[in-house]
Design a binder for this molecule. Structure first.
Ligand code: GLC
Length: 733
């Protein structure tokens, strides 16, 4: 018996350290609950290890000249995140191996990057994607972006950008989904699904990042990085919904913006970052600051130095510091001085570890290494890029059906600085897109019209400057052609970050070129590439047809050529209003009514915008039947069905997007003149019909939010608006 007790005791003494070790490292057990693993890991971490998790450094040369203050460092194995600018997965795996093998606890790094509208395959800018109203194609583009990014070593993209557009002088309107709150909400969910898939730990999925939280697009005067004065009513009614939708769709992260929100910077705003994001919406991921936006709190005069900036940003609810190292430099002292509680540090690190665990980085810290030809620009990727680009293009005008270019034209002049461009056509935030991969408009036209029409090319002029020497050749090309197509537009950095412009008109030299070509008497067709709406009040009268092609990306050539030849029937509708002139800004479709609707408008231009949100023509015609409502009086608990039958009366198949608006003519607060609440895009063959349906749920579609974010549903009159029809119905208790 004694021998047995001794043996048992000896065995127990040997087993204890192993059991202790096993318990000690439960964070490595993929079968243990995530929160248990995090508890365990936090209990083992030193303060230094915790703080390093809350830092992001860059790896690779900064490609964005607007991002200043970059400090290239030898990568610490304890670093929490890298902004990864290499396309090489092997570098990533080597760095990750260093983090796992050389740090005490082996916590993997999360690698992030700006894959905003593509990675190597560049899709149209998001403003253009929204004009397609094709959520399937947009989701596919995000999934392709995620796959190319993941195979290049990334776990995370700083996308989607959800800043509802309000001022086209602000270059970053190019990066969001336009002026409508509901559209930005739908595309927020679409992008999160595309990037994150159904399980973040799956291969080829990456974490999304909703940005820039919040109100950045109201930077005063459209000047980037400037303050934004936003009432709480506007904050909740216009800017919060897309972020709330993205959070409810499971977005892993959020990025805080540069702007101050009525005096309280977005990156130090406890109300938005903690009260709303964490407590009201229950976001369980983390917030990363924008590049240097913690450091910028000093410039914004809410912090006397970087230490106070750190304290303000961290205590407001920013968990990770993008590249300015303030957290690493100042959090240790702030904790030691009791100005930052350890519990707050633990909660911040918990959020970062939670995202890393959901990504599966502890179990699968490395990415597959496949050759570039299997990683990028696959034929199916390019096809998706072409389809999305074509569906994003908007036919603004088409007098006398001058488009599409059919056999009626035997020779066509193709003129302008965009014809052979392969850089600006990708737009800002082109990711790892390369000019050599772009199919230029010139190449696309050569392919499309080979054997069908003679193409006479002349550049005509550059994007800007005063050199008009190219006009002669352009006029000559026009004179020997049946029609003139002019490809004009913006340079890449005239929009995007730090792309604010005092006018949204194209440079005079481009307008003068069109005026010269107009004198030839040939029909002039304008194809406009831009990252924003343009001032077209003068060009509009000179052109017989205008197409907004935006910045279509890698597959530009085929997409543009298909629209011109009629191979693609235009189906795009504006996601943002084109004002008459810059001076008409701000102007958007869902403004509230003026006290004197027929007065107060600018005396020197027409009252209406040149082209309103939702405008877009087709090569076919759609006849809208009478809208039918299932009732004209409903209770708050009822549903109201609205339907409309649409006939394609033309001779071309096409896709038609129906936009359903709601008007609330009287409420306890002033309401927008109308608000988009539902949209649907359908293919309708020539001569055939389709029925579109909108199921109105009063709580969702007839309510409004107040300045505290609380929803209100008031009885009374309402209207459903679709196309040029407006139908009344009444809501009762
Ligand atoms: C930039 C942008 C932000 C981007 C970040 C990282 O300054 O404001 O949208 O994600 O820095 O490049």
């Amino acid at each position: 018996m004694k021998r047995q007790i001794v043996t048992f005791t000896l065995l127990l003494l040997c087993a204890l350290p192993l059991a202790a070790q096993k318990k000690k490292e439960i964070y490595k057990d993929k079968n243990a609950p995530i929160e248990t693993r995090i508890d365990n890991l936090l209990s083992l971490m030193t303060l230094e290890e915790k703080i390093m998790q809350m830092n992001q450094w860059t790896y690779g040369k900064n490609a964005n000249p607007n991002n200043i203050g970059e400090k290239m460092k030898e990568v610490s194995p304890m670093i929490g995140s890298l902004l990864y600018r290499s396309t090489n997965p092997e570098y990533r795996n080597q760095i990750q191996k260093k983090a796992i093998s050389e740090s005490r606890l082996g916590i993997p790094i999360i690698f992030g990057f700006d894959a905003i509208h593509g990675y190597r395959t560049v899709f149209p800018i998001p403003l253009a994607q929204a004009c397609s109203w094709n959520t399937d194609l947009v989701q596919q583009s995000c999934a392709i972006t995620a796959k190319e990014s993941w195979l290049s070593g990334l776990d995370w993209t700083f996308s989607p950008m959800l800043d509802v557009a309000r001022d086209a002088r602000w270059g970053r309107v190019s990066e969001g989904y336009g002026e409508d709150t509901y559209a930005n909400s739908v595309f927020a969910v679409t992008a999160v699904k595309g990037y994150q898939g159904t399980n973040l730990s799956d291969k080829y999925t990456i974490a999304a990042c909703l940005k820039h939280y919040i109100g950045y697009s109201l930077s005063e005067g459209g000047r980037d990085y400037h303050y934004s004065d936003i009432s709480n009513q506007t904050l909740w009614e216009t800017f919060m919904p897309p972020f709330e939708a993205g959070i409810k769709a499971g977005a892993a992260t959020v990025m805080s913006g540069f702007n101050d929100i009525s005096g309280v910077p977005a990156s130090a705003n406890y109300y938005t970052l903690t009260e709303v994001l964490k407590k009201k919406w229950g976001h369980d991921g983390f917030v990363i600051s924008d590049w240097g936006s913690v450091r910028n709190l000093v410039e914004q005069s809410v912090a006397k130095d970087l230490k106070e900036a750190t304290q303000k940003a961290f205590m407001a609810g920013v968990e990770m510091d993008m590249v300015d190292n303030t957290y690493m430099d100042y959090l240790p002292a702030l904790v030691a001085e009791g100005k930052v509680p350890m519990a707050t540090v633990d909660e911040a690190v918990r959020r970062i570890l939670r995202v890393k665990m959901k990504l599966g980085l502890f179990e699968n810290p490395y990415v597959d290494v496949v050759p570039e030809k299997k990683r990028y620009l696959l034929p199916e990727y390019l096809k998706t890029a072409e389809l999305l680009a074509a569906e994003s293009m908007v036919l603004l005008k088409n007098d006398n059906s001058v488009l599409p270019i059919t056999t009626k034209y035997k020779s066509i002049a193709i003129i302008g600085p965009m014809v052979k461009d392969s850089v600006h056509i990708m737009g800002f935030w082109e990711g790892m897109g390369r000019p050599q991969d772009v199919e230029t408009i010139y190449a696309g036209l050569q392919k499309e019209f080979k054997g069908k029409a003679q193409l006479n090319y002349a550049k005509g002029c550059d994007f800007d400057g005063d050199d008009r020497n190219g006009f002669t050749d352009a006029v000559s090309a026009a004179n020997k052609s049946d029609a003139v197509i002019v490809f004009l537009g913006e340079k890449r950095n005239w929009s995007g970050e730090n792309g604010s412009r005092s006018t949204i008109a194209l440079p005079k030299i481009q307008e003068d070129l069109v005026a010269e070509l107009k004198k030839t008497g040939k029909p002039v067709i304008l194809m406009l590439s831009s990252g924003r709406p343009l001032e077209l009040i003068r060009l509009n009268t000179m052109a017989s047809a205008i197409v907004a092609i935006w910045q279509p990306g890698t597959a530009a050539g085929s997409a543009v050529a298909g629209i011109l030849s009629g191979r693609s029937n235009p189906s795009g509708k504006l996601s943002i209003t084109f004002p008459q002139t810059t001076g008409q800004i701000p102007i958007y479709y869902n403004m509230r009514e003026s006290a004197r609707p027929n007065s107060g408008h600018y005396q020197d231009i027409p009252r209406d915008a040149l082209y309103w949100f939702g405008h877009g023509l087709s090569y076919t015609n759609y006849s809208y039947g009478s809208v039918k409502l299932s009732a004209t009086k409903i209770k708050k608990t009822d549903k109201l069905i609205a339907e409309v039958e649409i006939t394609n009366t033309g001779d071309r198949d096409g896709k038609e997007t129906v936009m359903w608006f709601i008007k609330d003519p009287f409420a306890s607060i002033s309401r927008p003149m109308k608000e988009l609440k539902h949209f649907e895009k359908k293919f309708i063959k020539a001569g055939e019909k389709a029925v579109y349906r909108f199921e109105i749920d009063p709580a969702q579609h007839l309510s409004f939010v107040d300045s505290n974010g609380e929803r209100h549903l008031e009885t009374g009159d309402f209207y459903v608006i679709v196309n040029d029809q407006q139908l009344h119905f009444e809501l009762i208790e």
